[in-house]
Design a protein around this ligand. Structure first.
Ligand code: ZN
Length: 287
């Protein structure tokens, strides 16, 4: 009986030892599992961090390095249906409003509410005989006359951030007349976009006299209202933007221009960023 009891207690002891051993093994196993888990999670977290940084760079870098393309659509205020379609294309398209057009205020408001920048599309005399806008500026006008027309234009076009010339091959070639224009503009916080309707434009020279920030048009999109031609001009603007970092293209609210822009802006290359003209303006240098 004693022997049986002894054997039983031995058996209990060995069972106890075995269970202790098993517990230790489990602990060690768990410890190993924990270490592996930590290592894997560290590697995994590092991998996620690396992927996130890569993605961020992928998003940020092209925006910083992208060539900038500014598109201005002139002659707003006459064709509401077409003009609404232009505004709907992108808030980054800059809208130039003719001060005496019947829908000038309405279109400036609509465009501004959509987030588009507004320019005063200031009528200036051309060399050739063409139907002219009310209050077209002529080189023979006095300083006072020019100042009065400009202050009226500023009043008529709400939210304007700048001015560009409508026509003007005669007016912009005259340094004295353009200096009157820039003097009048110096009273406002407006930049000047030279539509460059004539090779010998004096706008830049006159703008420098009054420290008016000035940029110049690079490409006219729709001198010919044919989609293939507008596409060609759009390509020119893109190539120029890639070469010099930016390009300014001017178009009009023609149906062919709207159809072309619709397609081209929906498929803008990754290295081209559509921007507002104002984004190309350096801060004004005070006298
Ligand atoms: Zn125009």
């Amino acid at each position: 009986m004693k022997i049986i009891n002894l054997k039983l207690s031995n058996l209990k002891l060995s069972n106890l030892k075995l269970s202790n051993l098993n517990q230790n093994n489990q602990k060690q196993h768990n410890l190993k599992k924990g270490n592996l888990y930590n290592i894997f999670s560290k590697i995994f977290n590092l991998h996620i961090a690396k992927t996130l940084i890569f993605c961020l760079l992928f998003i940020i870098i092209p925006k910083t390095w992208a060539a900038k393309l500014a598109i201005v659509i002139d002659d707003f205020g006459y064709r509401q249906h077409n003009e609404e379609q232009i505004i709907a294309l992108s808030p980054n398209i800059t809208i130039a409003v003719l001060p005496h057009a019947p829908n000038a205020v309405k279109m400036a408001n609509l465009a501004h509410n959509h987030g588009n920048d507004i320019l005063i599309h200031l009528p200036m005399a051309p060399i050739s005989r063409q139907p002219l806008e009310v209050n077209t500026l002529f080189p023979w006008m006095s300083e006072d006359q020019i100042d009065k027309i400009i202050s009226e234009a500023v009043e008529r076009v709400p939210y304007a951030v700048g001015v560009n010339n409508h026509m003007g091959s005669l007016m912009t070639a005259d340094l004295t007349a353009m200096s009157y224009v820039m003097k009048a503009l110096s009273r406002y916080d407006l930049f000047f976009l030279d539509s460059k309707t004539v090779g010998g434009t004096k706008a830049k020279q006159a703008a420098e006299m009054y420290h008016i920030p000035l940029v110049t048009r690079d490409v006219f999109l729709d001198n010919l209202q044919i989609e293939s031609e507008i596409n060609h001009q759009f390509d020119l603007a893109i190539n120029l933007a890639r070469k010099k970092g930016y390009a300014i293209a001017i178009g009009h609210p023609h149906s062919a221009t709207i159809q072309t822009l619709k397609k081209r802006l929906a498929n803008l290359p990754d290295d081209i960023e559509l921007i507002k003209v104002q984004q190309l303006i350096q801060p004004k240098v005070e006298q």
